[in-house]
Design a protein around this ligand. Structure first.
Ligand SMILES: NC(=O)c1ccc[n+]([C@@H]2O[C@H](COP(=O)([O-])OP(=O)(O)OC[C@H]3O[C@@H](n4cnc5c(N)ncnc54)[C@H](O)[C@@H]3O)[C@@H](O)[C@H]2O)c1
Length: 365
């Protein structure tokens, strides 16, 4: 099974590729990046360690590589600046993402492939991918709160001095400021976290805050998240490829569970062959449910503005920030978008290089 990473030359993409290499599940890993030199470097670096890891084919190639890919991971994008919220990235990243999606479709993105969206703002871009990729919604999966959840469990474990793999705790909703901690189901070694010796509301609130600000901290300390996001991406990709059916907090198009629809955000989702096989609704505390619906309200507000802006052509009016606080208003309908045939894409020029010989039948159109 072939996995392509668009943006694979960057921090997140290269870490995802390395995690996939270490996972030894994908038979082929392809690095695609607007910066062809760095893509070639990442692919060669991975390839040079392959004799110690696994027998995988690792190449750098141009966008034509998506045509025979089973999974296309999109990490291409612009990073958040320190102090910038994920949603502030919208104006800079939506046009780039739409152009990239267009390039991938032109290159022959298959209807039976899977898109794993990582670039931020991930819930918004996942929604755009569902609407514009031509793939069934189940095959379009945003990383959502998968990384946040990994961080959350790790931070809880560090605080109460237990092994990280013993902690189960979920974050749902937006991959962003309105993410929702599910304290009601958090557990350690199968026991309720809220009854763990030493755990108290202050520990809970500090741990959640630490998790919510973890992305910004990574940016200020080392330029961005790498290792943790890489393994979070691997978890999703491998659950698809192995049909593991893991229940993951990934971002998918909501179909009405938790009274939320027409927006992409994270709920517990069974991930396997076919993509998002099932979204799960479990009883939440009223605070948790209100929090989840608040995430949906915020994301819907952004999506409406994005769709309206795209209908006018790329790089029109800047997006206004949405009030991150409740009250929860009645959900607005998502406006269907008809792509503007005259809109000028801002994609990158084709990348002209490969580190392995062409396969028969390969072409670069
Ligand atoms: N969803 C999550 O949990 C999560 C976590 C961390 C980072 N991110 C997001 O991932 C994205 C990448 O972050 P990063 O730290 O790797 O940034 P980076 O700058 O290191 O890498 C981005 C890469 O994308 C490439 N690129 C840009 N435009 C391209 C195009 N049109 N086609 C192909 N490649 C293109 C760049 O050349 C670069 O190599 C950002 O949007 C960031 O916010 C998401």
């Amino acid at each position: 099974m072939k996995v392509s990473v668009i943006g694979g030359g960057g921090l997140v993409g290269s870490m995802a590729a390395f995690a996939l290499q270490m996972g030894k599940i994908a038979s082929d890993i392809s690095i695609i990046d607007a910066n062809s030199k760095v893509a070639e470097g990442v692919a060669l670096d991975l390839l040079q360690g392959s004799s110690l890891i696994a027998d995988q084919r690792i190449i750098a190639e141009d966008m034509s590589g998506v045509a025979n890919s089973d999974v296309v991971v999109i990490t291409a994008g612009l990073r958040r600046k320190p102090e910038e919220s994920r949603l502030d990235l919208i104006n800079r990243n939506v046009d780039l993402f739409m152009a990239l999606l267009g390039d991938a479709k032109k290159a022959g993105l298959r209807k039976d492939s899977y898109l794993v969206v990582v670039s931020n703002p991930v819930d918004i871009l996942t929604h755009l991918a569902v609407k514009h990729s031509g793939l069934d919604w189940r095959r379009v999966i945003g990383l959502g709160t998968q990384l946040d959840t990994a961080r959350f469990c790790s931070h809880i474990a560090r605080r109460i001095l237990v092994p990280p793999t013993q902690v189960r705790a979920l974050l749902l909703g937006e991959h962003g400021d309105s993410m929702v901690p599910l304290w009601s189901s958090a557990s350690v070694g199968g026991l309720p976290l809220d009854q763990w010796p030493g755990w108290n509301p202050q520990a809970a609130s500090e741990t959640f805050e630490e998790t919510k600000t973890a992305g910004a901290k990574m940016i200020s300390l080392k330029g961005g998240s790498g290792f943790a996001v890489g393994v979070s991406i691997r978890e999703v990709v491998e659950s698809i490829l192995l049909d593991s059916r893991k229940i993951l907090p990934v971002s998918t198009l909501q179909q009405g569970l938790y009274d939320i629809r027409d927006v992409c955000l994270s709920v517990p989702t069974v991930v396997g062959a076919g993509g998002a096989r099932k979204q799960i609704e479990v009883p939440l505390s009223s605070k948790e449910k209100i929090g989840l619906q608040n995430s949906a309200r915020i994301l819907k507000g952004i999506i409406e503005q994005v769709e309206a802006r795209l209908a006018k052509g790329p790089m029109a009016t800047p997006i206004a920030p949405v009030d991150p606080k409740p009250p929860i208003s009645a959900p607005a309908e998502v406006v269907a978008h008809t792509p503007d045939a005259n809109a000028k894409p801002i994609g990158h020029p084709p990348i002209e290089m490969r580190t392995q010989p062409k396969r028969p039948g390969w072409n670069r159109t």
